[in-house]
Design a protein around this ligand. Structure first.
Ligand code: BGC
Ligand code: ZN
Length: 368
């Protein structure tokens, strides 16, 4: 079957190749699920992988099949699989277990090992193929009425985990009733985090550089949040205008400068979640004394969050469902750029790299 792959270490090596179709009995004990891939999304991680800044091939191979945001339909299940049946729509988690205690308890998203295994990213082949097979505990059901949101399930799982980590960590305070949130960045994670926080009843300001009107602003405002162009109003100016600092900041700009800037913005007892993956080696000067002082005097907290296991996938899918009911027809606007067929992988990469207005590029791999 066809697969879209790269040669890790070689920039711009994206190509089409033939690999064998997987079979259900690759997964032991009747726990296998075979999925026909319908759609696969790409994001900045795929761009960095194609630029050879990130990602590694599985041991013994000199190529990596890419694609970690998948949506498909179950084709076949092993005799011990009960939570999905052929014909169900599904998505799939990305990390695979390593050897730490967290991996043992199904939390490879917080593995304590340096090496991590991620389908389509690091040491495991991905989903840009016609069929994949994986263990039942990794395959997540999508409600049929959400099939139009398909590849958003994976980025949504990362956003859901990030917000949940902040809430879990804030239990340190005994009482925490956040009212005001800043979301730094209005890419897919920023927009999905905006939704999650609105659904939790917060006042949300979502920020990105470019002044509106544009699609990002439209999506943010359709969800009842406010869009701020940081080239018109800096986040500091915003806190002055509001007369208060945010209780929670979700940082997802992709810029470490903004990640550190967020530390200067959050209010007393507040929490900042960092989600940006910054593969380059930029440096930045920070007001270290001031940050340290206010961080200590304000009992502030910084949490890093990556990836998501089964549970945040479910939480994210539930929030997609609630989001559809609360703000109808808004989320699908994130899915801006479809490309038809794996054969068109070059067009997919071109859109991902060059089209600054593309919020989400995805491949229609097959019809049902
Ligand atoms: C993926 C995550 C992954 C992270 C780090 C993101 O693009 O969505 O699942 O953990 O990259 O590799
Ligand atoms: Zn991703």
């Amino acid at each position: 079957m066809k697969a879209v792959a790269v040669k890790p270490g070689t920039p711009n090596s994206v190509h089409l190749r033939e690999i064998p179709e997987p079979s259900l009995n690759e997964i032991p004990n009747g726990r296998g699920v075979k999925v026909k891939v319908l759609k696969v999304g790409v994001d900045a991680t795929d761009r960095e992988i194609n630029e050879a800044l990130y990602g590694n091939a599985p041991e013994g191979d000199d190529f990596l099949v890419i694609g970690h945001e998948c949506f498909g339909i179950v084709e076949e299940v092993g005799d011990q699989v009960t939570h999905v049946v052929p014909g169900d729509y599904v998505t799939c988690t990305v990390r695979r277990p390593g050897g730490s205690i967290y991996d043992d308890i199904g939390r490879s998203d917080i593995t304590s090992e340096e090496v991590y295994f991620e389908r389509g990213i690091n040491l495991r082949h991905g989903f840009m193929i016609a069929y994949f097979v994986d263990g039942a505990e990794l395959v997540v059901q999508m409600p049929p009425r959400l099939k139009h949101l398909h590849v958003l399930a994976e980025p949504m799982s990362c956003a859901a985990k990030a917000v949940q980590q902040a809430y879990d960590a804030q239990r340190r305070l005994q009482v925490w009733e956040p009212k005001l949130a800043f979301v730094m960045g209005a890419g897919q994670i920023g927009l999905l985090a905006t939704l999650i926080l609105k659904l939790r009843g917060l006042e949300v300001f979502t920020m990105a550089r470019s002044p509106g009107p544009h699609l990002k602003q439209e999506i943010v405002e359709s969800m009842g949040a406010k869009y701020i162009s940081t080239s018109e109003t800096t986040p500091e100016e915003l806190t002055k205008q509001l007369g208060q600092r945010p209780d929670l900041i979700v940082e997802c700009t992709g810029s470490s400068r903004m990640a550190f800037k967020s530390m200067e913005l959050v209010g007393h007892n507040g929490v900042v979640v960092w989600t940006s993956i910054t593969g380059a080696d930029n440096t930045v000067e920070i007001p270290a004394d001031a940050i340290n002082l206010h961080w200590v005097l304000g009992n502030k907290l910084l949490v890093g969050s990556v990836n998501a296991n089964f549970r945040p996938f479910e939480m994210g899918i539930q929030d997609l469902a609630l989001g559809e009911l609360t703000y109808p027809d808004v989320l699908e606007k994130i899915l801006t750029n479809p490309v038809d067929g794996l054969d068109n992988y070059e067009e997919m990469m071109r859109l991902l790299v060059e089209d600054k207005n593309a919020l989400k590029v995805f491949i229609n791999v097959a019809e049902e």
